[in-house]
Ligand binder design. Structure first.
Ligand code: WQD
Length: 334
């Protein structure tokens, strides 16, 4: 299949492109490179050992530019990663998040319809489970959010359900990611955010590499075994493989269907830090600081449905995630 990957130069998108290429699919990338290095497509090709068919440095909300992609390529399916994704930032600039995340998706669906493309895999998030559900989360639980970023995911899931109800031939797979971390074992692709990382693992890796002085653990007074928050960390390569399974499912089914992509295990902040130090034989200086607004004490997936229906299951563990994240930050890129 020829697959359009929006946001394909990003962290999860780039790993997914590698898996798509290695599975024999053709890949077309559309990315505005707002949060991605322009060298990433060539790194994807180096890792996969296969060429990317085309790279369009465009904003997916630009209808004319997106139409050109579909005019120039017979796109069989779309995996949609392009979007803004920082929870804290979304609280500061909500209109930017609603405009960007909804416009990109609506434009994409309109252009897909105009070109008869009806297989869609959406990068959703565990954040749609909101603060009121009890872990482990299951796909039938009600969705809500506590921030504009999360609400865009809840809204887009609803848009896709409504669209599938109106278009019986359309297939939308909603993948609810838990906490993707780690990197491709080659060290060429990984989580490399611009500026100071918001997320735990890229911050830990930069402290270990001496690029940041120390990590602040945001609170150790939660009602959890060691007082720090629990999360379902998932290796980004396992996550990327989940997209292939989702694409196969979209190819054989219609309608909108949500799947959790997680390991089903909760790991604490301190457990992750200690695993990183032990796996990589390196120190990660940290201090305990105040809680971060909006953090939930603990959540993790019930990943049974993806295993039962998609035949997907996470294979890599926290030690693999820590090892590969460390390899990535140490590997010269170009
Ligand atoms: C994990 C834990 C922090 C940094 C976010 C988004 C979610 C998804 C994944 C998009 C928390 C603690 C972190 C630090 C710390 N993104 N922490 N010191 O918040 O679970 O999820 O990223 O879909 O939508 O909300 O991930 O990595 O930011 O935090 O102690 O410097 O690490 O308090 O307990 P989070 P995270």
């Amino acid at each position: 299949m020829k697959i359009l990957v929006t946001g394909g130069a990003g962290y999860i998108g780039s790993h997914t492109c590698v898996e798509l290429l290695q599975a024999g699919h053709e890949v077309v990338i559309a990315d505005n490179f707002y949060n991605a290095d322009r060298a990433v497509p060539s790194r994807i090709e180096k890792v996969a050992g296969k060429p990317v068919t085309a790279v369009y440095p465009i904003d997916v909300a630009d209808k004319a530019a997106l139409n050109q992609v579909f005019d120039e390529h017979q796109i069989d399916g779309v995996i949609h990663f392009a979007g803004l994704k920082a929870v804290g930032e979304s609280v500061q600039i909500p209109l930017r998040y609603y405009r960007n995340n909804l416009d990109t998706t609506l434009t994409l669906l309109e252009v897909m319809e105009a070109h008869g493309c009806n297989k869609f895999v959406f990068s959703s998030s565990a954040t749609v489970y909101g603060p009121n559900n009890k872990a482990p989360f299951t796909e039938d639980m009600p969705t809500s959010a506590t921030n504009p970023y999360g609400w865009t995911k809840v809204m887009i899931e609803q848009i896709l359900r409504d669209y599938c109800a109106a278009k019986p031939a359309f297939s939308a797979v909603l993948l609810r990611y838990f906490n993707p971390i780690g990197a491709h074992p080659s060290g060429l692709l990984g989580d490399d955010p611009n500026g100071i990382p918001n997320n735990l693992m890229p911050y830990v890796a930069r402290v270990a590499a001496g690029q940041l002085p120390k990590l602040t653990v945001f609170g150790d007074d939660y009602d959890t075994p060691d007082g720090t928050c629990l999360r379902d960390y998932l290796h980004v390569v396992d996550l990327a493989k989940g997209h292939l399974s989702a694409l196969e499912y979209a190819n054989e089914h219609t309608g909108a269907e949500a799947f959790n992509l997680g390991t089903g295990n909760g790991t604490s902040v301190l457990e992750l830090i200690h695993a990183f130090m032990k796996e990589n034989h390196i120190d990660v200086p940290y201090v305990i600081g105040p809680r971060r607004d909006g953090d939930l004490p603990g959540f993790w997936a019930n990943a049974d449905k993806a295993n039962r229906v998609l035949g997907w299951k996470a294979e890599l563990d926290v030690n693999d995630m820590c090892r590969d994240a460390w390899t990535f930050i140490q590997t010269p890129k170009d």
